[in-house]
Design a protein around this ligand. Structure first.
Ligand code: NI
Length: 185
């Protein structure tokens, strides 16, 4: 089942998401639905709050980055209750987009390397280090669990320039190719 995607203006995107219990009901199905939703929306990653669920879960398929980073060829991972342990390395700029901010792309500066602890879909614990494209997407998706969006990193001026576009998204005037849940005013 595909979920409609929550967009800017929906308060769930600003909430800190809840920790997931090991025996959480329907979790397997939620994860399957998130993969289905992400692929249909042509996303590289999708966090649960973007599907209307305020829980600490995101999925990433970073294999599109394999042209430049061959080790990403099979990068397809589920992150449950992730915890960023450390951010390091030189910062770099990437032009980011987000399914919850349709038609907006901005250059965002982030550190290169992230150390992250998380549980996979079988509740097996991992403690891993990622950099480059994978490190970038992980940081972006993790932010969703903390109620943050990439536009939060922009300068006040840039944010002001985006204001009318953001208002249009919140009012449901921006219709992407995937199904969205229009924020209720
Ligand atoms: Ni996003």
């Amino acid at each position: 089942m595909k979920y409609p995607i929550t967009v800017y203006g929906d308060s769930i995107l600003r909430k800190k998401a809840e920790v997931i219990e090991k025996d959480a009901e329907g979790l397997k199905e939620i994860i399957e639905n998130m993969w289905e939703t992400m692929y249909y929306a042509d996303g590289v990653g999708l966090a649960a709050p973007q599907t209307g669920l305020s829980i600490r879960l995101f999925v990433i398929d970073a294999s599109t980055g394999a042209d430049e980073e061959p080790e990403l060829k099979d990068f397809k991972k589920t992150f449950i209750n992730p915890e960023i342990i450390d951010l390091k390395g030189d910062t770099w700029v990437m032009n980011e987009g987000c399914l919850s901010l349709p038609e907006i792309r901005e250059d965002i500066i982030r550190p290169d390397t992230v150390r992250i602890k998380y549980l996979d879909e079988n509740f097996v614990e991992h403690d891993e280090v990622y950099s480059g494209f994978a490190g970038r997407v992980i940081q972006h998706e993790y932010d969703h669990l903390e109620g943050k969006l990439f536009i939060d990193y922009l300068s006040p001026l840039k944010k002001r320039l985006l204001k009318s576009k953001l208002n249009d998204i919140a009012r449901g005037f921006v219709i992407p190719h995937y199904k969205i849940k229009i924020p209720v005013k």
